[in-house]
Write a protein that binds this ligand. Structure first.
Ligand code: GLN
Length: 480
């Protein structure tokens, strides 16, 4: 069931929130050994949340569409009193003293949090293989990665271990795993959703977003997450529409640009052919399709790997063995305490990024690397802005290939990073994008990415829903 279908059944009292939660917990018992989506399963608190929804229903209270619906939370979202690890050894045992704003909103709506989902350590990666705890498997083929870094969040939804989930996206971490797992994932406009309580990776890029089985559910969940939050000064005061209202507008007369750089070398033949078919479908539905060019695309990945590590090196300076999680037992002096805690607590990818970021920010290299990357970032942003003078949205693949095999890229950091080449430019520009299923190749899903101007998530939903409803891809399910 989608969240919308389950919510309707709860409202009509055909099922209780407890029954739904029990069934999802049962599914977790059944498949978790194969999939490994969760760092923590919140069995007792989930049942308690479900019971209070059932009680409210008995009292005739009007419920939110999320009430009683089981959700998975990426384990970089702070949950009061519940271990929040970022899948890092350095945060093991850390229990936040407060909830993230999005968690608060979900709780207020009566959502049922069933678990904290696995990720690449501190959200740095594209496969969950950088998790210090374990690797999550792709429910479509457990020898393959689910993508990352929100791999636990997307796998849990694809495997039926949650009805929907939250992820975070700094360079593609919602959209790329959504494409790999055959679910719908949206990265909102920078500022659309409060990041208060999201453990920071790269603060000028990070956004929290919804991962769902279909486009309708996605709009429903974004409704709950969006809006200004006085606790996050980067959250926007832009008005929040009801996103479900734009779903049925259709694509007739919409101008859709196809940037040729997103179909270049490295994009597999299967992905290209699925995209060709999807673009033809949008044309049949009445969209005006035109090829276009975004020449700065090729610089986005290089700039991202200066800016994101620079911000990470600063954000991760706080893990010193004093305030959070892990503390070394081998220190004689305060300096040793910091150094050894960090040496023991961080994994190799995180250490590499801290070193690259520190280097790029150091005197002498700041101008050559960091400042230069910020200048190119402005060019990328302007190039999208001028494309949107001509087009309502842009259509691209979400990832160059389908999910790769576990171990296939884990020894080759460059190959791994290239899997985000089609999602990173969007974060650099701060604009929103969505991934929707558009095909299967050798039993593995392919994702279609739709990109829109700032605060035009409505356009994303309009295109995504029209496409989804005219195809069957969202109905295919993995056979676990
Ligand atoms: N895979 C990219 C990285 O490793 C993006 C991660 C993300 O969006 N959190 O940085």
């Amino acid at each position: 069931m989608t969240a919308r279908q389950a919510g309707a059944k709860i409202a009509r009292r055909e099922i209780s929130a407890r029954e739904l939660t029990e069934s999802v917990l049962g599914r977790i018992d059944q498949v978790e050994e194969q999939v490994h989506s969760y760092v923590t399963v919140l069995r007792d608190s989930a049942l308690a949340q479900a019971d209070s929804v059932d009680k409210a229903l008995l009292n005739g209270e009007k419920l939110s569409p999320a009430a009683g619906i089981p959700i998975a939370l990426k384990d970089n979202l702070s949950t009061v009193g519940i271990e929040t690890t970022c899948s890092s050894k350095i945060l093991r045992g850390y229990k936040p003293p407060y909830d993230a704003t999005v968690v608060n909103s979900l709780n207020a709506a009566g959502a049922v949090s069933v678990g904290k989902a696995n990720l690449d350590e501190f959200a740095m990666g594209s496969s969950t293989e950088n998790s210090a705890l374990f690797t999550t498997r792709n429910p479509w083929n457990v020898a393959h990665v689910p993508g990352g870094s929100s791999g636990g969040s997307t796998a849990s939804v694809a495997a039926g271990e949650a009805l929907w989930s939250l992820g975070s996206d700094t360079g593609g971490s919602i959209r790329q795993p959504a494409a790999f797992c055959g679910v719908v994932g949206l990265k909102p406009t920078y500022g659309r959703v409060s990041r208060y309580g999201l453990i920071a990776f790269a603060s000028s890029l990070d956004q929290i977003g919804p991962i769902t089985k279909d486009v309708y559910d996605n709009a429903l969940l974004l409704n709950l997450l969006s809006g200004h939050d006085p606790l996050d000064s980067t959250s926007s005061t832009e008005p929040v529409p009801d996103f479900t209202q734009s779903l049925t507008k259709g694509v007739k007369g919409l101008r859709l640009g196809i940037p040729k750089e997103y179909f270049a070398e490295g994009v597999s033949a299967q992905v290209k052919s699925a995209l060709d078919t999807a673009i033809k479908q949008l044309e049949i539905l009445g969209a005006i399709i035109e090829e276009t060019s975004l020449p700065t695309t090729e610089y986005a990945l290089a700039c991202y790997y200066i800016i994101a590590p620079a911000e990470a090196s600063s954000n991760l300076a706080r893990y010193d063995g004093v305030r959070f999680g892990h503390r070394t037992e081998r220190a004689m002096t305060p300096l040793e305490l910091f150094n050894k805690t960090r040496e023991e607590g961080f994994g190799p990818e995180v250490k590499q990024r801290i070193m690259i970021g520190t280097y790029a920010l150091s005197a002498g290299y700041y101008d050559a690397f960091y400042l230069k990357a910020q200048q190119v970032r402005t060019l990328i942003k302007r190039e999208f802005e001028s494309a949107f003078n001509k087009y309502d949205a842009l259509i691209t693949p979400t990832a160059p290939t389908t999910a790769f095999a576990i171990g296939e890229k884990s020894d080759d950091p460059l190959a791994m990073k290239l899997s985000d080449i089609l999602t990173i430019p969007i974060n650099m520009a701060g604009i929103p994008a969505i991934s929707v299923p558009c095909g299967l190749s050798d039993g593995l899903p392919i994702g279609l990415q739709i990109i829109a101007p700032s605060f035009k998530e409505e356009t994303l939903y309009q295109v995504a829903y029209a496409y989804e409803q005219s195809t069957e891809w969202h109905k295919s399910k993995p056979n676990l």
